[in-house]
Write a protein that binds this ligand. Structure first.
Ligand code: HEM
Length: 165
């Protein structure tokens, strides 16, 4: 196996970047289709949304699998893992809704288009906030890795200074 991958406690980090990229790309192309009135952009947005929804399902699945086994202190679990999970489940609900809507009125719903775009934007914002909690888990508390011994207790919300940035 690859040396870096051997240090992972689960495969969640290998999967998560696909929904982040595809769903952001989908939103970008749908907004471009709306602004420039180009059907081709909407078709690309639709395909990216489908790929995003599929990879999001894999990310949620691997995340739920990782949740029980990942070695983090209980306070970190409460303050970071729980909100991470909640934001990601909210992202998945929004994604399922917009994907079904786009499938029924493919590639880009005409009726309620502004609401469709607003929900896409909300989905991306929810995902970014959720991913930031995930990033803190990994880069501040070594969740899922072997860089330092567990448990690392919660230190409050860290600003750039405390993080050494
Ligand atoms: C809803 C169920 C989910 C749970 C329970 C969950 C759980 C976790 C856990 C335990 C970690 C720490 C690293 C690890 O052990 O793998 C983590 C990291 C992370 N997760 Fe999730 N996750 C979920 C969904 C998602 C989804 C859907 C995404 C992306 C769209 C995501 C993005 C991330 C990111 C960006 C990190 C930081 C990893 C890194 O930067 O390498 N998670 N998550």
């Amino acid at each position: 196996m690859l040396t870096g991958a051997q240090h992972l406690q689960n495969i969640h980090p290998l999967v998560i970047h696909f929904p982040i990229a595809f769903l952001m790309g989908a939103a970008l192309f749908y907004f471009a289709a709306w602004v420039f009135k180009k059907d081709d952009f909407a078709k690309t947005g639709f395909r990216a949304l489908l790929l995003g929804a599929l990879s999001l399902a894999a990310a949620v699945g691997t995340g739920l699998y990782a949740e029980d086994g990942v070695m983090v202190a209980l306070d970190v679990r409460q303050k970071l893992l729980l909100p991470h999970k909640q934001f990601m489940i909210a992202t998945a609900v929004l994604c399922a809704f917009v994907t079904l809507w786009a499938l029924v009125r493919r590639p880009f719903p005409k009726k309620g288009r502004i609401l469709f775009l607003a929900l896409l934007l909300l989905m991306v914002i929810t995902m970014v906030i959720g991913a930031d909690f995930g990033g803190q888990l990994v880069y501040d508390y070594n969740a899922g890795g072997n860089a330092c011994p567990q448990p690392v207790h919660f230190k409050g919300r860290l600003g750039p200074r405390q993080r050494g940035g």
